[in-house]
Design a protein around this ligand. Structure first.
Ligand SMILES: CC(=O)SCCNC(=O)CCNC(=O)[C@H](O)C(C)(C)COP(=O)(O)OP(=O)(O)OC[C@H]1O[C@@H](n2cnc3c(N)ncnc32)[C@H](O)[C@@H]1OP(=O)(O)O
Ligand SMILES: N[C@@H](CCO)C(=O)O
Length: 402
């Protein structure tokens, strides 16, 4: 059975101390709950609750209407919805049905805008826990998520360690590195300096489309790799006939409009049609703020109470969340005797490999859910040598050194 619903979990106090009088959580569930088979899936930065295909959802269409992990979750897929009761909830602060900046503030009758409380990954976890309580799910068979959704998984393990049997943190890390923090900062600045942003109170008027477009383009570059960009675009010219707008100045017309620029323009256009600029600010701030060790002595200390099994999955072409960061996380687990395996996927797709390579992501996930880390397709890096970082950094650090 598939359910698509919104539950009201009542007044909610965020970890910042600020509250909303009523928090709504939009979620989808797939399969039948038998008391022990619930799997929570945590979506990435701009994802929604629509993780698996639904007959009524127009899943043949492109864009956000299409299930974002339809080749991984569903009947007969790696996360098999004929065996598991899968729940995916849109997180607070996002814009796909759960309460966020674009929602109406019941106290004023206007959209919250930037009066919406600051949101953290911890608030997502607490809201997911409240949703699961509401729909009658106690302990989870598993919690699985990619990218900032993988951080959300780690937060489950430190916040509710007794509530989870198996966990998979995919293409994620204990915290974002300074290079990615820097890029997120510039992306947010693009939004907040758009004259149409208007302090975050733009609803009903012109929206900060240009700022959001630039922000997504910066983000999108982080999700690709040098190899995937070389393969997709090279330095090829897209041809002037594909330019959506006239060149910005006469001199620009002399130079090629490249495939890579055309791609980023196209992706930005698609994105601004589907996402809210304030939500982008809130979601990226939550990701940037996450630090597994915050409030603890160390990452190991934060995760020490978890007695289940954790699969850490990383991708060789991902420089947003690197293999080395995943290895550091796995080492922290080993330090404190948390059962862990770090499974590295060879891929030159970049960060978004977890979305576009289901054939590589599926088998270890399927095994984890069925038999745990003993699963035959799960490998572990313990005793393996991990290459030095920077192989996928967009700019070599030596460029800036004296
Ligand atoms: C939990 C979640 O993550 S939900 C959100 C998932 N979705 C997103 O992240 C949205 C952003 N998109 C992406 O990150 C990626 O497109 C993915 C990961 C979803 C899919 O990646 P891929 O299958 O490799 O597709 P790719 O990135 O090449 O994009 C293909 C699109 O770009 C277009 N495109 C490709 N090259 C060019 C070009 N040179 N100029 C213009 N457009 C181009 C294609 O026509 C295609 O258009 P369509 O989407 O309308 O069919
Ligand atoms: N491209 C995905 C992953 C980013 O972490 C998204 O936009 O959600």
């Amino acid at each position: 059975m598939t359910t698509r619903d919104t539950v009201t979990i009542g007044a909610f106090q965020f970890l910042s101390g600020e509250s909303v009088p009523s928090l709504e959580i939009a979620y989808e569930s797939y399969g039948e709950f038998d008391g022990t088979n619930a799997v929570l899936i945590c979506h990435a930065l701009t994802g929604s609750s629509h993780v698996a295909r639904r007959p009524d959802a127009g899943d043949d269409t492109a864009g956000q209407a299409r299930a974002w992990w339809g080749d991984v979750v569903g009947p007969g897929k790696a996360i098999d919805t004929t065996e598991y009761f899968v729940v995916c909830a849109n997180v607070p602060g996002s814009c796909y049905g759960s309460t966020g900046p674009a929602s109406t503030n019941p106290e004023t009758g206007d959209p919250y805008g930037t009066d919406f409380p600051p949101v953290t990954v911890g608030d997502w976890t607490r809201a997911q826990r409240a949703l699961l309580d509401e729909i009658g799910v106690g302990r989870l068979h598993a919690v699985v998520g990619g990218s900032v959704g993988g951080m959300n998984v780690l937060d489950w393990l430190r916040r509710y360690p007794d509530d989870v049997e198996y966990a998979a943190s995919i293409a994620a890390a204990a915290r974002l590195d300074p290079q990615c923090l820097a890029l997120d900062t510039v992306a947010r600045r693009a939004i907040t300096t758009d004259p149409d942003w208007n302090g975050g109170h733009y609803y009903g008027g012109p929206e900060p489309v240009d700022g959001l477009a630039r922000a997504r383009q910066i983000g999108h570059i982080m999700y690709l790799s040098k190899a995937s960009m070389a393969r997709k675009f090279g330095r090829r010219s897209a041809g002037r006939e594909t330019v959506r707008e006239k060149p910005p100045d006469p001199a620009a017309a002399f130079f090629p409009y490249r495939e890579v620029e055309s791609y980023l323009d196209y992706q930005a256009e698609k994105f601004t049609d589907r996402f809210d600029a304030n939500s982008y600010l809130y979601m990226t701030r939550a990701m940037d703020d996450f630090d597994l060790a915050a409030g603890y002595e160390s990452d190991a200390d934060a995760i020490a109470a978890f007695e289940g099994e954790l699969l850490v999955l990383s991708f060789t072409g991902d420089w947003h969340f690197t293999v080395e960061q995943s290895e550091a996380l796995a080492d922290a687990c080993r330090e404190t005797d948390v059962s862990v395996a770090h499974h590295i996927v060879e891929s030159d797709h970049g960060h978004d490999a977890f979305l576009v390579e289901p054939e590589k992501v599926g088998p270890p996930l399927s095994d984890l859910l069925a038999v745990g880390l003993e699963g035959r397709s799960i490998t572990d890096t313990e005793d393996e040598e991990i290459d030095e970082p920077e192989a996928f950094a967009p700019v070599h650090t030596s460029l800036f050194s004296e």
